[in-house]
Write a protein that binds this ligand. Structure first.
Ligand SMILES: Cc1ncc(COP(=O)(O)O)c(C=O)c1O
Length: 640
């Protein structure tokens, strides 16, 4: 990893691709620390994440911790409105832009409260996909002009709640997603004597590339086909409610990397919109759903974890696609609603954790083997020969041989022909061979194709104080990559190539795919660990979908959360510290009663006292320790 040029923070920025993915909200300071740049009045202020962590430690909150920056959410809402307004002005588009935030993307109270607060200034509303989300939206939306869009399966209660919202003076749109919902909506609206505001979710034939492309196309689970839509129009006309149909909606899928797919879908939706208007629907709103992607790897490409467009281009291309079609059909320009979720909140949260330990595989000093010993197993001798005779010109061949004889040695061990001590020696020769190959590879301009993933095999494993399943479920479930980097020491060259393991006892509890400009990297450059000095890493862009999708694997619970905000005087304000789950919390989620667990321990300890295995004071110490641990954090705890 070491090169001749001196290491600089600019090189660190390049190594971790921070300029590509950070949207300028994060950068590296001259002293080599990651800073967050928060808007403050007309300027911005940079704060080192390590200073925030120190402040939290002083307040008694340790890692892992999720840092949440509400100022970034506010900046993102402002930005999406600015981009759409600019595009509409540029093309003389006469409709307006109205966003809604889909609650499913981040349902946490702090987030929804901030979106409702900032959103009020822009009439930015909420989208609810379930009864619970609707109930949050009804309670939290402040601004009466903001839309509350109701998607998802709807029972009678859901529909009634939405209609009550309308009676409260809120701007509620009931979206018909399934044909079966229509009669129930008509019935409930008639019963309550309300003219509902209705939307239609169209099933477009356009499909996008990316991980969520099943949300679009003929076989998508939600939405109405052309035939269904015509049936809805006819039925609404029949009951004199066609005038209630105000909105056409579609959702192509989340994280759409390619702008061409968005343009194609918008054009198809425009055709549907125009024909619904010609059928006599009043309309007025076109809801283009979610899909606005986040450039997780900073490659600005159509890779599934990236996007080949920016927010300006997204807004411009949508307006530019719609305009000629609407003009040709002589249809009034509708208001545009987007249900952008991840693009508004991904940047606002960072998962911070410390590294607990490391395993190294490389070996620079394998012992020599006395080959005169006639009792040596052949596989051990062969491994030793590969190690000592390695030729830089035949790296691939020597690598294959090392793998072959290592497997042979293991097989001989399993058959009782090799002792544990001999196996240990052979493994040292194996790792020493790989270490030499690695040294030779670093001298090459071009690494042979088959050896491209070699470094990851020899890389260290660093153990992080977090759970992939709880905090980064998309990394585990759908191979999403997130930017990961150290929060400090960035003015020092990272000399280790690493994969990260979490502290669950699961082989899937790893981060072994990292962002890369051209592909997905299999290891991450990190620094050597210093004993007794914490080494802190951040996983960025985790504000969308990760929190509620996370699960309790191995009973690691919610992490601590700290919301950080800049006060008007520019000072840092720690708002809304939320302690992560305690052990008592997580065991109760899986139906244990903490008091009953403690009672069982008391009984066991009493039996031990009676059997004279324990003293009475041992019993007391155990009971106190058990009670203390029930109140404690589920993650590795350090003295703060
Ligand atoms: C109906 C609907 N709207 C909006 C979204 C949010 O999408 P995104 O986070 O990509 O903006 C989703 C999520 O897939 C969705 O299902």
């Amino acid at each position: 990893m070491t090169t001749q040029d001196p290491w600089t923070v600019e090189k660190a920025a390049e190594t971790y691709g921070i300029h590509g993915w950070s949207n300028n909200y994060f950068e590296i300071s001259e002293v080599g620390e990651v800073t967050v740049k928060l808007p403050h009045g007309d300027t911005t202020q940079s704060i080192a994440l390590m200073d925030i962590i120190t402040g939290l430690h002083e307040r008694g909150m340790g890692s892992p911790v999720l840092l949440r920056f509400r100022d970034i959410i506010a900046a993102r809402i402002t930005r999406i409105h600015t981009c759409f307004r600019a595009a509409m002005k540029r093309y003389h588009y006469t409709g307006t832009y109205r966003g809604v935030f889909p609650i499913k993307v981040n349902q946490q109270q702090q987030v929804i409260e901030e979106i409702s607060r900032v959103g009020a200034g822009f009439h930015h509303g909420l989208e609810a996909g379930s009864k619970a989300e609707l109930m949050i939206a009804l309670a939290y939306l402040q601004d009466e002009q903001s839309l509350l869009i109701c998607n998802g399966y709807k029972d009678e209660e859901f529909i009634d709640l939405a209609l009550w919202g309308q009676r409260l003076g809120m701007n509620v749109v009931l979206v018909i997603e399934m044909l079966g919902e229509l009669e129930l909506i008509i019935k409930r609206a008639q019963l309550m004597g309300i003219k509902p505001v209705l939307g239609l979710r169209a099933k477009l034939s356009s499909r996008a590339s990316g991980k969520w492309n099943d949300s679009g196309g003929d076989r998508s689970v939600f939405g109405l086909s052309a035939h269904d839509m015509i049936q809805v129009v006819d039925r609404l006309r029949e009951v004199d409610m066609l005038g209630c149909l105000h909105m056409l909606h579609f959702h192509l899928g989340s994280q759409i990397p390619n702008i061409t797919d968005i343009r194609t879908a918008v054009a198809e939706a425009a055709r549907v919109y125009i024909d619904l208007a010609r059928e006599g629907a009043t309309l007025g709103i076109l809801d283009i759903g979610g899909g606005l992607a986040v450039d997780y790897d900073g490659s600005h490409s159509n890779f599934s974890c990236s996007r080949n467009y920016g927010l300006d281009e997204y807004a411009s291309d949508i307006i530019e696609t719609l305009l000629p079609l609407l003009e040709d059909a002589n249809i009034q320009h509708p208001d545009i609603v987007s249900e952008s979720g991840r693009a508004l909140v991904a940047h606002s949260s960072v998962l911070v954790f410390d590294i607990l330990d490391a395993t190294r595989f490389e070996c620079h000093d394998a012992p020599s083997l006395d080959k005169s010993d006639k009792n040596l197993p052949q596989s051990l001798v062969d491994l030793y020969d590969v190690y000592t005779e390695l030729s830089p010109r035949r790296l691939q061949e020597f690598y294959n041989d090392a793998l072959y004889y290592r497997d042979q040695l293991r097989s001989d061990f399993n058959h009782g022909m090799v002792s544990l001590r001999q196996r240990a020696l052979g493994e040292q020769f194996f790792w020493a061979t790989l270490t030499r190959i690695q040294t030779e590879l670093l001298k090459l301009d071009r690494v042979p194709e088959d050896l491209k993933e070699f470094s990851a095999q020899l890389g260290d494993i660093y153990y992080g104080n977090f759970s992939v399943f709880q905090s980064l479920p998309d990394h585990w479930a759908i191979e999403q990559v997130f930017p990961v980097m150290p929060l400090h020491r960035l003015n020092e060259e990272p000399t280790r190539l690493v994969t990260l393991s979490d502290i669950t006892c699961d082989c899937d509890g790893v981060i072994d795919r990292f962002i890369d400009q051209h592909d997905v990297a299999r290891s991450l450059p990190l620094h050597t660990l210093h004993p007794d000095k914490p080494y802190m890493l951040g996983v960025f862009l985790v504000g969308a979908y990760q929190e509620t999708l996370g699960d309790l694997h191995n009973l690691f619970g919610d992490t601590n959360i700290a919301a950080v905000h800049l006060d008007e005087d520019g000072s840092l304000d720690y708002t809304n510290e939320v302690q992560g789950d305690t052990v008592a919390d997580v065991v109760s989620y899986v139906e244990y009663e903490p008091k009953e667990l403690a009672a069982r321990i008391r009984v066991k300890a009493e039996t031990a006292v009676r059997k004279k295995v324990f003293s009475a004071s041992d019993r007391r110490t155990l009971i106190e320790a058990y009670a203390h641990s029930l109140r404690g954090y589920t993650y590795f705890e350090r003295e703060l």
